[in-house]
Design a protein around this ligand. Structure first.
Ligand SMILES: Cc1cc2nc3c(=O)[nH]c(=O)nc-3n(C[C@H](O)[C@H](O)[C@H](O)COP(=O)(O)OP(=O)(O)OC[C@H]3O[C@@H](n4cnc5c(N)ncnc54)[C@H](O)[C@@H]3O)c2cc1C
Length: 384
């Protein structure tokens, strides 16, 4: 299914649209404009590859790795899956996570199996577990932060074992100072469902994400230019219709209102001379080590290889932008930039879309929906 993309190193023609960033958003909008409207698109990225943070590549050992953290694709939307299925085949998503607490591995998110193991009661039923949590949980009417949220769901022992240390390491912020939604996204189940997420479709591109996005942008109307920052061309090259910007919104405006803060990560990849090291793709370490989690992506990619690679994820204050920091002051600064962005859309036909441009954590399926939305805005504005 692999097809070539049109890689260029020099700009020699005019384009209908310029897209800054060849991540999921940039690739989807490029594909839609090129296939549906027949427009000429220039798709740029400052990195040396396409696919943004979904980029997967072969480690020097030959093992396929997810370079910017594990990507577990899931969606509830059949149309979205059908769209992506034009560019990839799928394998089932084997997304199983365990948490290392007190030297034992517990299924995570918390489910009935976790509760049986944690409370040393192998025959605990769902009803008994529900009664137990009712007894353990703190009765906080409307939790005001992540700590209160978790305490009101599972009580102090489980909060301190599974959430407190992980959250502090991940954000360098106490859960007391984070919105309830930060920890609130993680489900607690009273059944034996061990899957990491609840979505209807949990699948992985059979030949990887990079291959899927490569196939998506193989349209001859799309030229791709890598290792090129949008800032380097923005004053010299003007598109006929519109610009789509998927980079950091504050950077677009030269940080003139201040810098939006991001949490970063450092990844360390270690090859091991054995087929598998872990029992599942991800192990969380809430209470030990400098890293938050270890990932053995072979469990997900399904690759057959005599060696394996484990990635260690260290949260960092500085570095590439990975997670917007969910605090009110940051949301307020983003809102100010959004006003400038709306003006730029209106007056200069620049569209801002994606996690960096909207200062919001989106999963890949969510960001692809944002891309469809932006494509429709552009299409409706220019199609007569
Ligand atoms: C650690 C981690 C784990 C994740 N796990 C999952 C998961 O399990 N499941 C899931 O569904 N989603 C996951 N995601 C989310 C997923 O990565 C994003 O939804 C998706 O990558 C966002 O797409 P995007 O195009 O908005 O941004 P990106 O993927 O970041 O792509 C933006 C691109 O723009 C380029 N760029 C930026 N500025 C410029 C510029 N000035 N000029 C040129 N190019 C520029 C960047 O180099 C980048 O390639 C995870 C994200 C992270 C950080």
């Amino acid at each position: 299914m692999s097809v070539k993309i049109n890689l260029i190193t020099e700009i020699t023609k005019d384009y209908d649209v310029i897209i800054a960033g060849a991540g999921p958003v940039g690739c989807v909008i490029a594909e839609r404009l090129a296939s549906e409207l027949g427009w000429k698109v220039l798709l740029l990225d400052k990195r040396h590859h396409i696919a943004g943070n979904c980029f997967d590549t072969k480690h020097e050992s030959g093992v396929l790795i997810h370079r910017y953290g594990p990507h577990y694709f899931r969606t509830n939307k059949e149309e979205l899956l059908n769209y992506l299925s034009r560019f990839t085949e799928w394998i089932p998503g084997n997304y199983i996570v365990k948490s290392s607490v007190g030297g034992e591995l517990f299924p995570f998110p918390i489910n009935l199996l976790t509760l049986r193991q944690f409370f040393k009661n192998p025959s605990l039923t769902a009803d008994e577990a529900s009664a137990l949590l009712e007894e353990k949980r703190e009765h906080i009417e409307s939790p005001a932060n992540s700590e209160e949220f978790v305490l009101s769901r599972v009580g102090k022992d489980m909060y301190e074992s599974f959430y407190l240390g992980y959250t502090k390491k991940q954000w360098d912020i106490h859960p007391k100072d984070l919105a309830p939604s930060v920890c609130g996204r993680i489900p607690v189940r009273l059944n034996e469902d061990e899957r990491y997420v609840d979505h209807k479709y949990q699948v992985t591109p059979a030949a990887g994400f990079t291959q899927m996005f490569n196939n998506m942008i193989s349209n001859p109307n799309i030229d791709v230019m890598l290792d090129t920052d949008y800032a380097a061309i923005k004053n010299t090259l003007k598109p006929k219709f519109a610009t789509v910007y998927t980079g950091q919104i504050d950077e677009f405006f030269d940080f003139k209102l201040g810098k939006l803060p991001w949490r970063s990560l450092e990844f360390e990849f270690k090859e091991e001379n054995t087929e598998f090291v872990q029992p599942c793709v991800q192990i969380n370490y809430p209470n030990e080590h400098g890293y938050t989690r270890t990932v053995e992506i072979k469990h997900v990619t399904g690759q057959q290889h005599p060696h394996t690679v484990i990635s260690y994820e260290y949260p960092r204050a500085e570095g590439d932008p990975y997670y917007p920091i969910p605090r009110e002051v940051n949301a307020a600064l983003y809102d100010k930039y959004k006003i400038l962005a709306d003006e730029a859309t209106e007056k200069e036909n620049v569209y801002f879309c994606g996690r960096l441009a909207e200062y919001k954590y989106f999963n890949t399926d969510e960001v692809i929906e944002r891309a469809f939305h932006t494509f429709n805005l552009i299409k409706n504005r220019y199609e007569h």
